[in-house]
Design a protein around this ligand. Sequence first.
Ligand SMILES: [Zn+2]
Ligand SMILES: [Zn+2]
Length: 246
Amino acid sequence: MSFPKIILQTVQALLEILMPGDCPGCHEPVEGGPFRRLCKLCAGNIDWICRPFCDRCGLPSPSVAMVSRHCSHCRDLQPSFGKGRALFLSTGVGRSFIHEVKYHGDRTLLSDLPSLILSNRDFLDHLENAVLVPVPLHRRRLRHRGYNQSVWIAEALSACFDIPLKVDPILVRTRNTRTQTRLSREARMANVKNAFALKPGTRLDNSRRYVVVDDVFTTGSTLDACAGVLLESGLEQVDVATLGHG
Ligand SMILES: [Zn+2]
Ligand SMILES: [Zn+2]
């Protein structure tokens, strides 16, 4: 990171502490309530994920309770990872929350994560004692953006526990892939194929459960590719977790 960028980010961080931004849902200042950056009304409007949900990707669906533990998408995809959990649907306020973190670098929103996550026992249990592995950005995109939102999210999730979870950025993106946003499912899978690798010299601990962390679960192709690298490198169990789904 260049020197002026570090200064710019430090000044930005100080300003955010002194003057926290508006709520990402209603764009109004947050006054009172249990959260620093989300107003009580918008927090209540987030589409929280609760049971029953797909055991693989976390998508809530009544049919998974009756037919199978997996949604139809995961039955087709047959992902390499084991279990997956998402905190909320990527709609409305949840979508704005992720968008502000990812594209506007608003990290202070994640300071509300410990309060938000407390009400979701399934998500907390899923992360318990895990090693968190953020989905990496290619070094060129990281240089351009200045941060990796998946690292921020993994660090914020880690801090939700009395004993912080280990965050281990052991994956690298070896190809600067196109943004996945406008691609079809097949194109997404082709786009991320062979795009990730284990950092040279990494030692994996098979006694630990590794959870790959990303901002949102869309088709699961990026998470599948990352989990595939870890499994091919010798791990036996790799799970995934995202803030949003959809
Ligand atoms: Zn609001
Ligand atoms: Zn699923």
